[in-house]
Design a protein around this ligand. Sequence first.
Ligand code: URA
Length: 230
Amino acid sequence: MRLDKFLCAATQLTRRDAHRCIKNGLVAVDGQVVQDPGLQIKGEQVTLDDEVIRLPEPVYLMLHKPAGYVCANTDGLHPTVLDLLPRDLHPTEPLQIVGRLDLDTTGLLLLTTDGQWNHRVTAPNSRCDKVYWVELAEPITQESVSELEQGVLLRSEEKPTLPCQIEILTPNQVRIRLREGRYHQVKRMFAAVGNHVAQLRRESIGSLTLDPSLQPGEFRHLTQDEVRSL
Ligand code: URA
């Protein structure tokens, strides 16, 4: 991150004031006065007027997503999940949605200002399984379960889905544990075996399960242990 950007984020100075401080020799990086606002900062100690300054802590949230909210920053038609959250959770960084859910899908949604963490959780090779509770339009058959567990070819894709696990809860309800997160994956998988998802709720991501005390639309901050666990 550039020194001027770091200074703004750490102190909430305007860009102009940050430049002035740098040009006036008030800013030091690892003890050396620096007058180049474009210097890249990568973990060095930065002082302003001999006081150490730090970036604000990133924010990590768990939201119980209700149906009818879009996972997007803005939408012309529907409210977005960001509308459910206070706007001032972080002074400088915007919240990012960690792995999107469809408009009608409910359940566990993570949000963060930490882009690296977001990437770690959502990367195709991440070890964060996602678990969904699914209500189906048609009763599930044992053949469909076997097919889905081994991997099915989704429409207009070349590679079959990775092996997954399915637990039958009732004739029309299952729990599915997935390794990957393709576009509309759960709905497309059940469509591939001739069924239809009537309701979908994400229960967990990796070791993180939706907090049962959160009502639809409510959120809470993750603990440090929860953040580290993913
Ligand atoms: N799979 C889907 O089909 N929809 C979601 O919202 C999440 C996973």
